[in-house]
Design a protein. Structure first.
Lengths: 215, 10
């Protein structure tokens, strides 16, 4: 475990906690895309199929449980919680996320490291994670007043992706045979999707203004 | 195995 990987995991964890805290305390999911949250839940469910079969470390198992638990409870909150449900802006969150699932799955069937069930599902989760943020970014662009917590949530997610790239570069130079094109390319695509958001996030931060994305 | 070192990532 290197410092980039740890920092990446911690920003990822922080992003999820920020979101859960927002939903739990103010009982509102305004500005949050249910589509993205559902995709993340599917990402974790298909990636962590090995959670009970392969033990890597206590840290690894705990983090997997946290990500599974938090992603499904966020979806539960938005869909089922009496108050949170009311704050969900269904009419703005219109991205057809089903259209992302099939292409990702077909791509995972075609391009993978090994043609086994677990491996294809793992690859599928990587492809899906790369594009899962799209409904959230579209929703952000439509939202007139992006609240601070939502902005910080997306910022932390983007930071997590950036740190993972640094982690891969570090591991490439320090570990023998560390070459993984599938996670690298999908991870790079994912990080690039945040580039535009980051630009406006830093601009608003620099000018001490509220974050607003151009339509 | 060359695949498994990646599986320690989350």
């Amino acid at each position: 475990m290197n410092i980039f990987r740890l920092a990446g995991d911690m920003t990822h964890l922080a992003s999820v906690l920020v979101l859960l805290l927002k939903i739990h305390t103010i009982k509102s999911c305004a500005g949050i895309s249910l589509k993205t949250q559902e995709l993340f839940a599917i990402v974790f469910a298909s990636r962590y199929l090995d959670i009970f079969t392969d033990f890597i470390s206590l840290y690894n198992t705990l983090m997997k449980l946290i990500f599974l638990g938090s992603s499904f409870s966020i979806v539960w909150y938005i869909r089922r919680h009496k108050l949170v449900r009311r704050s969900y802006d269904k009419d703005q969150d219109t991205f057809r996320h089903y259209f992302l699932l099939l292409p990702c799955f077909i791509l995972a069937l075609l391009i993978n490291e090994k043609f086994t069930f677990k491996e294809v599902m793992w690859t599928f989760s990587l492809y899906l994670e790369a594009v899962a943020i799209l409904p959230q970014l579209v929703l952000l662009q439509r939202t007139k007043n992006i609240d601070n917590l939502t902005g910080q949530y997306v910022f932390l997610l983007g930071a997590y992706r950036g740190l993972y790239i640094l982690n891969w570069i570090y591991r490439y130079f320090t570990e023998p045979h560390y070459v993984h094109w599938i996670p690298w390319i999908s991870g790079l695509v994912q990080t690039l999707l945040y580039a535009d958001f980051f630009y406006y996030y830093f601009e608003s931060w620099k000018n001490n203004k509220k974050l607003q994305l151009p339509a | 195995c060359f695949q498994d070192d990646q599986k320690d990532e989350l």
